[in-house]
Design a protein around this ligand. Structure first.
Ligand code: NAD
Length: 290
């Protein structure tokens, strides 16, 4: 396939490299002039989108996606597909889907889970929203960049799944960290705490696979001075998206709201900026109830 790839950052670069390695003809563009092995360089986003079967975007947020889409959609061949793999708000995904349909193009929102490690190894999980035709056309590319792709429903459904998943993640990480901090104060050994909870009804991905306590459980950012991993500010971005979606859908999400407020404080007023999102544990450690 002929593929355009716009946004060659931490995630986009390895994803584009994997498509090129698999034998696809990939042309990339990033406003920071990033060069990726095996990927042809375009001079603009519109240039990267011309004459392609599929155009993939991997960008920071919904406003940037909307502005890039405004340049890219008019440059694309009729019947081609735009696939947005960024994490953005549901409304932006649906707006770009509507513009693409009006231009005779396919659109799939396909945010990912798995981080930079998954992007590099080609083991991402894709959660896709869009038409059956759009998903069928783009699924072979998800198989190269990832290990699983779920077609979640119409346009925006992929972003909805991503936002809900990451709201659970943020809430669960906080719960795991505050429980460790409470256990400390009750004199419970952290390894014993892990041994019990990881095999009891309090178990979770944050406890079992990404334990926030250093030296306990499998290797995680906690064992590396809380260097990300998944940065606290990215967790905050996703929690904000969940609360924006909850607002527009009139959904009651008190735990998501609390998690957002806590990560906001951690990133904007405390030491969270640039730390892994599991650094909530050292944050809770020294604190009392006041
Ligand atoms: P990043 O900041 O490393 O990459 C984004 C890239 O987009 C940058 O290189 C930037 O120069 C480029 N860009 C910005 N505006 C542009 C424009 N107008 N035209 C062309 N290029 C432009 O971010 P990332 O970590 O690669 O994340 C990308 C997306 O993936 C985000 O939406 C993020 O939430 C999501 N995501 C990230 C992770 C992760 O672990 N990093 C995991 C899952 C999802």
């Amino acid at each position: 396939m002929k593929i355009g790839f716009i946004g060659l950052g931490n995630m986009g670069a390895p994803m584009a490299a994997n498509l090129a390695k698999a034998g696809h003809d990939v042309t990339g563009f990033d406003m920071a002039n990033i060069v990726v092995d095996g990927v042809n360089l375009a001079s603009s986003a519109a240039d990267a989108a011309k004459e392609q079967d599929v155009v993939i975007t991997m960008l920071p947020n919904g406003a940037i996606l909307r502005s890039v889409a405004a340049d890219v959609l008019p440059a694309m061949n009729k019947g081609a597909a735009l696939v947005d793999c960024s994490t953005v708000d549901v409304d932006s995904a649906r707006a770009v889907a509507a513009d693409a349909a009006a231009a005779g193009l396919l659109f799939v929102d396909a945010p990912v889970s798995g981080g930079v490690g998954g992007a590099t190894a080609g083991t991402l999980t894709f959660m896709a929203g869009g038409t059956q035709e759009g998903f069928a056309k783009t699924a072979p590319l998800f198989d190269i960049m990832g290990q699983k792709a779920v077609h979640c429903g119409d346009a925006g459904a992929g972003q909805a799944a991503k936002i809900c998943n990451n709201m659970i993640l943020g809430v669960t990480m906080i719960a795991t960290c505050e429980a460790f901090a409470l256990a400390d104060k009750l004199g419970l050994d952290r390894q014993k705490m892990f041994d019990v909870v990881s095999t009891s009804s309090g178990y979770s991905w944050t406890m079992n696979a990404y334990c926030p306590a250093p030296g306990v459980g499998p290797q995680s950012p906690a064992d590396n001075g809380y260097k990300p991993g998944f940065a606290a500010e990215l967790m905050l971005k996703d929690l904000r998206l969940s609360q924006q979606a909850a607002e527009s859908a009139d959904a009651d999400t008190p735990m998501g709201q609390t998690a957002m407020a806590l990560y906001e404080k951690f990133v904007e007023q405390e030491e969270g900026l640039g730390m892994d999102f599991s650094a909530m544990l050292p944050r809770f450690e020294g604190r009392g109830r006041g």
